[in-house]
Ligand binder design. Structure first.
Ligand SMILES: [Zn+2]
Length: 116
């Protein structure tokens, strides 16, 4: 059985460049439309949507911070998502590009609320 990837899928959410920088502390993304984002590893770790993290959140066992966390692995998954591994050993998170782009926009708004 073939399942479509995380509908609705927007091909424009796929970045032209995805680079782990600052020793894994940041994930830098660039899109074809000129949009750029720097996603801190901690933000990504905190927003992991895998079944384990989701369960821990429901059980109030999910950490509120991940100090000095770094991205240690980034693997493309079928073009629509990446699997990220973190320095705490957690590597189950699947991050669809659409989700990362939303997260990037959300983070950018928090940082610069005055920007258009
Ligand atoms: Zn997770």
């Amino acid at each position: 059985m073939r399942l479509p990837p995380e509908p609705p899928f927007d091909p424009e959410a796929i970045p032209t460049d995805a680079v782990v920088s600052r020793g894994g502390r940041d994930l830098r993304l660039t899109w074809a439309n000129g949009e750029e984002a720097v996603l801190p590893a901690e933000t990504l770790r905190l927003r992991c949507r895998c079944a384990w993290c989701t369960r821990d959140r429901l059980q109030d066992r999910f950490p509120v911070t991940f100090e000095a966390i770094a991205v240690t692995k980034i693997d493309s998954l079928g073009g629509y998502a990446v699997n990220l591994g973190f320095s705490d050993g957690h590597a189950r998170g699947i991050f669809p590009w659409v989700y990362l782009r939303d997260l990037a926009r959300e983070t950018a708004e928090e940082r610069t609320p005055q920007a258009a």
